[in-house]
Design a protein around this ligand. Sequence first.
Ligand code: IPE
Ligand code: IPE
Ligand code: MG
Length: 231
Amino acid sequence: MHVGLIMDGNGRWATRKGFDRIEGHKSGAKVVEEIIRSCSQAGVKTLTLYAFSTENWSRDKGEIKGLMDLFNYYISRHLTEMISNGIRIKFLGSKDGLQDKIVNLINNATEKSAYNDKFFLNIAINYGGRDEIVRAVRKIAKNVKNGLIDIDDIDEKTITSMLDTSSQKDPDLIIRTAGEQRLSNFLSWQSAYSEFYFSGLEWPEFNKTEFFKALESYKSRVRSFGAVAGE
Ligand code: IPE
Ligand code: IPE
Ligand code: MG
């Protein structure tokens, strides 16, 4: 099962408590650890975390720096442990505009975990569903120009294979916290048939119990993919 997480509400949580917004992101990072640890018990094989969107660059410079430092700290700190736990780490998003330090970390984590297959962790940084499609279209156009594919052979599989998630299965369930009910440019192509769970909890308050509640809700859904429901 593949679960996507739109971890929203860190800033509101911090402001509500009288803290700086970055404190909300720090508390949120601890919740990520708890959720990753509960995935094997929950039967979740792939987890996609929405960490930073292409639109998040419009935030205050200080907050962006704080977030980038946090990614750097957490990924470096947990890399060895994640690799020895059989986790394959993949990054979704564009590397353009990211600091060299983050790009090196991304390349290193991707390379070192490439042969793992116990659990798949996708981290979406500088990710936008529309940007991902634009990049895929460019790759396809290049292949057409170079005579590698014929225009008439372009189908859904071609596009899927050019996305950052390439061979991975689409998310079965997308959870968004903090009461907002929108995708905010998350997995636009891949979410065509995903189920949704909206939690009222802000991300720093999210926990294993709420995660399991979302999964329970998912289990009761009937997914018909356009066919007659229940058949
Ligand atoms: C989600 O929390 C984390 C990121 C977008 C990086 P927010 O920072 O969006 O928190 P709110 O929505 O302002 O409360
Ligand atoms: C979505 O949250 C992006 C991430 C969780 C990384 P935002 O807080 O950026 O989304 P909007 O602006 O409320 O739609
Ligand atoms: Mg938000």
